[in-house]
Ligand binder design. Sequence first.
Ligand SMILES: [Zn+2]
Ligand SMILES: [Zn+2]
Length: 242
Amino acid sequence: MSSYFQPVADLHTHTLASPHAYSTLTENVAAAAALGMLAIATTDHGPNTGDGGHIWHFGNMRILPERIAGIRHLRGAEANVCDYDGTLDLPERTLSALDVVIASMHDSTLPYGTPEQITETWLRVAEKPLVDIIGHCGSPQYAFDYEKVIPVFAEHGKVVEINEGTFRVRQKSLENCAVIARLCAKHGVRVAVNSDAHYLTQVGQLDSAVALLEEVNFPKELIINSNRERFEAFLQTKGLAL
Ligand SMILES: [Zn+2]
Ligand SMILES: [Zn+2]
């Protein structure tokens, strides 16, 4: 484990609600608690992938307590970007009731586009006030004009995710991730390190993402889950508390 910083929250995890993931919400929260984390977000895929949560899964998250296994649980979603207009696969009334919303591009819901198309798509997503985090945006298949878009993420207060899962399953993205991280540092864009866990042993495992940020000498004050104070500041922007 790097001494650069110790992540205090994991804001991107999947449960059995996404059938290609294999742990329950309760198991994931317990795994995060066992690591000494302060918080975890449950962010199953939006319904349009065919392998995501049913719309009722997201609508009913209001029944979940704020604290589970002694730590803060955030009710979330990884919404799919479904077209080049930046349309998401969950309605605003559902997203607005959640604590944290990630928007991601997946090949099951968005055809690979030209860099011009993907640039335009992210610019539109950036304008959506209910999106908090830009999910794993380093895929070469969804390359975009990083110099143009990253400052716009800053303008709209988006957090860019450095996704540990990328080091497992999207290694071709890593070069882009370093470019994106450097641009986030340059333009003052906040980032989060997230596991994208699909099984409980992956929860809170963030070493490669932390190492990437350390390599580019990323300013810790821009990493929202790098300590309690910064994480609480992020929650406050959402009207939430630990
Ligand atoms: Zn994803
Ligand atoms: Zn995910």
